[in-house]
Design a protein around this ligand. Structure first.
Ligand code: PHE
Length: 341
């Protein structure tokens, strides 16, 4: 046994490697799982007890020696000129290209919306997602007993009953106007939360973009022109727009915004439910009470506001039929937006 150790030691010491194959042969013989050194380790149990200690030591030294020699041989090989080819590396091969990522479809839509409104002189405002009841409801003229405040819609913060996860981005309206002087011309994109069962058409969180314009002599005609311009820029010149009377506590009068279904172009499909109209958001003239709550004189100033669902717009624009796709991070979905900005 001990002779074998000595014999291998000598072989290792005198080993040379002029090419990658020789280095590999060395590795197979002295380092790999099938090496002679491993074999000796396996024979360990046959060594008489009184020799076990000395033999174990000799074996460990042999193993270290093999490792050191292998490293030295490998270093020697890569030091030689032209050695990259010897060890199987072709430095002239073209690089493996980096995979580029893609921008999330909701970000693509949000950026487009911002771009269109910035050209009309709107800037971007942000606000908190965890919000006080006052900004999410009270200042927006929600009556104390309005159903939207109730459990089925709103996530309340358990430890602080005065705080909610905002149910719309309208909270930013109040934060923007509070204690400031008009004019205001901002859009407010962001995430909102509602306590709804998750399905292809509803989720417990989604994104909205809200718009607000407050100045002297702002009328419903300004709201309509702004929405017309926006929709045509985003969906195309031929898109038709319709305003349907509606109700929001914070606007008066209020309307729902529908656009003509460009998926079927009037032929009827299940996206527009064979009506040829699809809803993209709500809007209206800012209720005088909201202005008053922010310290603005409604006799002097008027304004309009609108709010739209970013998921809804993205689903229409890219013909996506399931809301859940936006938050599941499935690369098969996300990869389809490569190169789209
Ligand atoms: N905040 C409303 C919603 O979440 C949308 C809206 C915004 C309506 C502004 C009118 C004016 O549904």
């Amino acid at each position: 046994m001990f002779e074998k150790v000595e014999e291998y030691k000598a072989m290792i010491q005198s080993a040379e490697a002029k090419a990658a194959e020789e280095l590999e042969q060395f590795r197979m013989k002295f380092i790999s799982k099938k090496s002679v050194v491993t074999e000796l380790f396996n024979d360990f149990r046959n060594v008489p007890n009184e020799q076990k200690k000395a033999f174990g030591q000799a074996l460990n030294e042999l193993k270290d020696l093999a490792q050191e020699k292998f490293q030295a041989l490998a270093d020697g090989l890569s030091d030689q000129s032209g050695s990259t080819a010897d060890i199987g590396l072709d430095m002239t091969l073209p690089n493996v290209p980096n995979e580029t990522g893609s921008i999330h479809p909701l970000t693509i839509t949000t950026n487009k919306i911002i771009e269109i409104f910035e050209r009309m002189g709107f800037n971007v405002a942000n606000g908190p997602e965890i919000e006080e009841d006052f900004y999410n409801f009270t200042a927006l003229n929600f009556p104390e007993n309005h159903p939207a405040r109730e459990m089925q819609d709103t996530f309340f913060i358990e430890k602080d009953p005065d705080k909610v996860l905002r149910t719309h981005t309208s909270n930013v309206q109040i934060r923007l106007m509070e204690g400031q002087k008009p004019p205001f011309r901002s859009i407010m994109p962001g995430r909102v939360f509602r306590n709804e069962a998750i399905s292809a058409r509803a989720h417990c969180f989604f994104h909205q973009v809200e718009g607000l314009y407050v100045n002297k002599n702002v009328g419903f005609k300004d709201l309509k022109e702004t929405v017309y311009h926006f929709v045509k820029q985003l969906f195309g010149e031929n898109t038709k727009i319709r305003f349907r009377p509606s109700y929001f506590p914070f606007t008066e009068p209020s309307a729902e915004i529908d656009i003509s279904c460009f998926i079927c172009n009037g032929k009827g499909c299940n996206v527009c439910k064979y009506t040829n109209w699809v809803e993209i958001g709500g809007c209206g003239m800012v209720d005088p009470n909201v202005l008053k709550n922010c310290g603005i004189d409604p006799e002097e100033y008027t304004g309009f506001a609108f709010g739209m669902g970013i998921e809804r717009i993205t689903m229409l624009k890219y013909q996506i039929n399931d809301l859940r796709l936006f938050s599941e991070n499935d690369v098969r979905f996300l990869n389809q937006f490569k190169g789209t900005f």
